[in-house]
Write a protein that binds this ligand. Sequence first.
Ligand code: NAD
Length: 487
Amino acid sequence: MTTASTPICVVGAGTMGRGIAQTALSAGHSVTLVDPQEAQLKAATDDIGTRLAKRQPAIAASLDSLLTTCTSMDLAPQHPNTVVIEAVLESLDVKAAVFTAAADHFGPQCILATNTSSLSVSEIAARSPLPSRVVGMHFFNPVPVMKLVEVVTGLQTDQQVADDIDTLAVAWGKTVARVTNAPGFIVNRVARGFYGEPLRLLQESVASPATLDAIIRGAGQFRMGPFELMDLIGNDVNAAVTRTVWTAFNFDPRFEPSRIQDELVAAGRYGRKRGHGFYSYADGATADAPAQVVAGALPGESIRRGDSPELDTLVERARVAVTREETALSARGELVLDGTVVVITRGRTARSESAERGGVPVVVLDRCISVASATGIAIASSHPEVLSTVAAMLERAGIAAHPVSDVPGLVLARTLAVVANEAWETTMHGVATPDDIDVAMMLGTNYPAGPFEWTRDWSRAAVLELLDALWSSYHDTRYRANRLLRD
Ligand code: NAD
């Protein structure tokens, strides 16, 4: 059992170690921080003191008695029920050595928690003298702010040990997602499509990074688009995580790294930290503007056919008076603006939607997380000259129309279908429950909704239809739909 009096030993005083130590101190624990580098210990103590002084001055004032620092595990106070949390560099050898020393120093009752992001918890356990006491405790950066902790059970982990770490994380104000050890756990696996699919769209010259980012922010309510996020994380770091997950899944095309990102890394364009990535951050650089369709005249005649809550909301937002009309062919929702048929993507191109309707102009709109609050959307047409009329209606609704090539599934629908498919695959593999996956994606990556939530909102059938349409266009196993989603 873990309580506020459980002694905590954090190993590694870098970015993560000092965040973990601060969080434990905030919750009332005595903490020992171990790092071979005196300078790191000094910097960590100063950092922790400054941050606590702002939020918890009483704890900051007692820091000398609550926080012990030492350059070697041998010097740490020897409580048998210590929870050791390692946040040393991402190396199996180094982590195994740390846990061997900790097991030797604290004895068989201690818990050995690893903050690894990409190594196997089962493999770290196998290299430790106390495999059943090893558990994953994966925090997110910055630790005191980010609410999520993935508690990872390796093949050898004692269930009670995982429960104790779960209790501890909750007592520290965190929300726990329980994970059975698998590459990337939940977040680093399910999020791969959020980068991988837009990178594919970029590779196919569907739109610029600025346009793709604007669509994902505007239609998806994501705080950042994938390209600005990759530049922030660092393309070197993001590409390395992708490659690790891809390798661990035996080169499954779902996780295939991007040539474009590899090329940026090769050129040293890591992103913000190097002043250049997908975007330039040089002094005086102007921000790339997303492409936008110039609105024309509003349509004279608007007809609504079939069932589509999304199109109903759109028409309502644009304050367009519509005539209802039903025909045998209009079971699928569509809006007809001066003879142009507007549909929400179901994974087919505007050209094929047009061909099915005898060649009438068709405009395909991307999906949104919520049409009611969208501020931008991807739009493609079989007849580009009709885009300006549809853009006029969207403009009246307060939604910017971003033109993209006429590709199956456009941008947000395609990206989120791929992310949702991986979420279903993760749950089918027994790695985590749908609820834990949704919570992990919302708290670990700030997604506006979890993948199971948007599957429910769009309907499973719609997500499946989109994936199957992508599969028939590309014949790429990347788009194979998960069996549970299909069932
Ligand atoms: P960091 O480089 O900032 O810090 C690592 C620290 O470990 C350094 O202070 C180093 O001196 C120390 N160290 C090295 N060998 C040691 C040893 N044998 N004993 C004790 N200390 C030792 O690294 P970080 O970003 O804090 O990452 C640490 C771990 O957390 C890694 O496993 C990483 O994958 C994981 N992680 C990082 C993030 C992140 O966003 N940075 C997020 C989640 C998990």
